[in-house]
Design a protein around this ligand. Structure first.
Ligand SMILES: Nc1ncnc2c1ncn2[C@@H]1O[C@H](COP(=O)(O)OP(=O)(O)OP(=O)(O)O)[C@@H](O)[C@H]1O
Ligand SMILES: [Mg+2]
Length: 252
């Protein structure tokens, strides 16, 4: 389980309280959506879980292991995809990246190589496996980033805005892949996205965050109930209604 307990983070320059007493958990085999407007603190939280920044207060554990003091150990349990495919080496091919990222997460070269066909197939990247990442389209780069995050067989997958740059079939494929990883491989998933219908398709629980604070945590079934209570007729998705209600005054 990823356990986030009373986590706060302030940036010094400029002084911003990006996370304020945030607590929730992501279990294995559970998918959690992270929703909030620009500047809400989503990326800060994802970087805190992934050990990319030091948070100011609170505790994060991954399967009981402290993410601050035993970063090397917790990183092996996580697959992380940040916005903008920044986790890949653009001069290497997709396949070379996958071998590299498998190995830095503790696999032997032959273990990494034997996982690659499955991952390429899962992400529909087979025909690009020998292409340099820098020459791929942005959606293909995004898929390669997700593939690199999966190669070492993590227990949890964390994705920051993974739908950016994806076309509609690729988005549908990604939601299928995420649901397969969760249901068949028991992977826990935390996903931040501004694409509400995507979040609705892939999440069992949604954490709403605004100005660094958790506003609400709802199961996807509660989201449907919330929608009935709101009796709005002009909404496109139930999650959008909930989102608008919770973030009242901060979004239009
Ligand atoms: N390196 C930094 N230094 C100072 N302030 C920062 C830094 N990174 C983020 N912030 C501030 O922290 C707050 C939270 O930013 P964060 O990037 O976590 O938001 P977000 O929810 O990911 O937003 P978005 O939806 O736009 O990606 C914002 O007010 C932002 O300006
Ligand atoms: Mg962000």
């Amino acid at each position: 389980m990823i356990s986030i307990s009373h986590v706060s983070k302030s940036y010094k320059k400029p002084l911003v309280r990006a996370l304020n007493d945030v607590s929730f958990s992501v279990k294995r085999g559970e998918s959690v959506g992270l929703l909030g407007p620009n500047g809400a603190g989503k990326t800060t939280l994802i970087k805190s879980i992934s050990g990319l920044i030091n948070f100011s207060a609170g505790k994060i554990t991954i399967d009981g292991i402290d993410a601050s003091s035993r970063r090397g150990k917790t990183l092996r349990l996580l697959g992380v995809v940040l916005d903008g495919s920044r986790n890949l080496y653009w001069r290497l091919t997709v396949r070379q990246n996958l071998v590299y990222f498998g190995m830095i997460r503790g696999m032997s070269c032959s273990q990494a190589k034997s996982r690659i066909p499955k991952i390429l197939d899962l992400m529909q990247l087979g025909e690009f496996s020998n292409h340099q990442v820098g020459l791929l389209s942005s959606g293909q780069k995004q898929k390669a980033s997700i593939a690199a995050a999966l190669v070492h067989n993590p227990s949890f997958l964390i994705l920051d805005e993974p739908t950016n740059g994806l076309d509609i079939p690729s988005m549908d494929n990604l939601s299928r892949v995420l649901n397969t990883l969760r249901d068949e491989m028991n992977i826990g998933i935390l996903i931040s996205s501004h694409n509400l219908s995507f979040v609705q398709q892939v999440s069992q629980k949604v954490v709403f965050i605004n100005k660094g604070k958790i506003v609400d945590i709802l199961g996807i079934d509660d989201v449907k109930e919330f929608e009935l209570k709101s009796k709005s007729t002009e909404i496109k998705t139930d999650l959008l209604t909930v989102y608008r209600n919770l973030m009242k005054g901060d979004i239009r």
